[in-house]
Write a protein that binds this ligand. Structure first.
Ligand SMILES: CC(C)(COP(=O)(O)OP(=O)(O)OC[C@H]1O[C@@H](n2cnc3c(N)ncnc32)[C@H](O)[C@@H]1OP(=O)(O)O)[C@@H](O)C(=O)NCCC(=O)NCCS
Length: 171
């Protein structure tokens, strides 16, 4: 069954919940190991962590996505374009919904809640190999801004990306 807006809540990550974000980040990293040459450590973990900037800096915003009060994923946003010098832009650094509950609208509802909470200029960078994520962001953004959003390709150190740029305002 698809999620409704009442089912999905964003909750700010704090230093106290850092280890929970770290655990989810491990799952996110595992997902990306299908697309990137990420090597697992002898510990059986990738041991990549998001870092404490996410709860210590006021231009970084980390949220858990919760479904019926339980963890469903996370979103990491930060001020400043990663593509231009624009400092006011909000960049989507990472965004994740747990595998078992995908395609139920949770990512869309969470993204819309973020757009509502952080009205302004946004950028989403998606690896061109991440076809599902590109379809997700295009549809989710277009649903919110209610007009087609075009993406522009760019490349960094041999990796091909698509960039979505859009402006959100509270409805
Ligand atoms: C991308 C991601 C966040 C989508 O989350 P989700 O909760 O499954 O997305 P939703 O259910 O809200 O999808 C909304 C719409 O986006 C599109 N969409 C989402 N995932 C898609 C996929 N894998 N393939 C094609 N379209 C997709 C669909 O149009 C979907 O609507 P529909 O199910 O009614 O057809 C999730 O797949 C994920 O965490 N992937 C791994 C991490 C990742 O790639 N993050 C993005 C980094 S830029």
């Amino acid at each position: 069954m698809n999620a409704t807006e009442e089912d999905v809540v964003l909750e700010r990550v704090t230093g106290d919940s850092a280890s929970t974000l770290g655990n989810l980040f491990e799952l996110y990293t595992y997902d990306f190991s299908e697309q990137l040459p990420l090597r697992i450590k002898a510990s059986g973990r990738f041991e990549l962590t998001p870092g404490d900037v996410w709860w210590t800096r006021d231009d970084h915003f980390a949220y858990f996505i919760k479904l019926h009060g339980e963890l469903a994923g996370f979103a990491l946003l930060r001020a400043g374009s990663r593509v231009t010098n624009a400092s006011e832009v909000l960049d989507v650094a990472e965004f994740f919904v747990l595998r078992g509950i995908r395609r139920k609208g949770i990512g869309r509802i969470a993204a819309h809640a973020l757009f509502r909470a952080h009205a302004g200029a946004w950028e989403v960078r998606v690896r061109q190999t991440n076809v599902g994520a590109m379809l997700f962001w295009s549809k989710t953004v277009e649903n919110w801004v209610r007009q087609p959003v075009s993406s522009s390709p760019f490349s960094v150190e041999g990796t091909a990306w698509n960039l979505l740029r859009f402006v959100t305002s509270s409805p």
